[in-house]
Design a protein. Structure first.
Length: 154
């Protein structure tokens, strides 16, 4: 009976351990993971006729917004894809024009926001990437990696 109880206890512990997020990953492992995902996204964009024009990788804390100005050219179609790294539950992207009006946003509750924009005139936009929520088990006081990719086609 003791052996059966021990086997059941071991099985439950193993099931619980595999269900928990991997919190002990190193920064190198986190970077490798996000870069692997980014390569898959870029490959899909290229297969759909986009030229990869920009790749941005950085880290943010929960609630922070990462803003970057970006030049668009008339007639081009742009795809902007963000990727949240380990710990990021929800990553959003908002795009604003030069007069600070919202052009497009992806606010779905996921870690891979995606936007399609067609430029009607040359101009500079602002891409705001925001870290909205954590995956379960992660600390709000830490920095987490994210990236975004911009591709265009004519």
């Amino acid at each position: 009976m003791k052996a059966l109880k021990m086997a059941v206890c071991l099985a439950v512990c193993m099931a619980m351990a595999t269900a928990l997020p991997v919190l002990a990953s190193t920064p190198e492992q986190e970077l490798a993971g996000i870069l692997e995902r980014a390569i898959k996204v870029m490959d899909a964009m290229i297969k759909n006729g986009y030229t990869i024009e920009h790749f941005e990788l950085d880290s943010v804390k929960l609630g922070e917004v990462y803003s970057v100005p970006y030049k668009l050219y008339s007639g081009n179609q742009y795809k902007i894809v963000g990727i949240g790294g380990t710990g990021i539950g929800d990553l959003d992207i908002h795009v604003f024009d030069s007069s600070n009006s919202l052009v497009a946003a992806d606010t779905l509750n996921d870690d891979v926001p995606e936007l399609d924009i067609t430029a009607n005139a040359d101009g500079t936009i602002r891409i705001d990437t925001s870290f909205e929520s954590l995956e379960a088990g992660y600390s709000s006081g830490e920095y987490y990696y994210f990236c975004y990719i911009v591709g265009f086609k004519r």
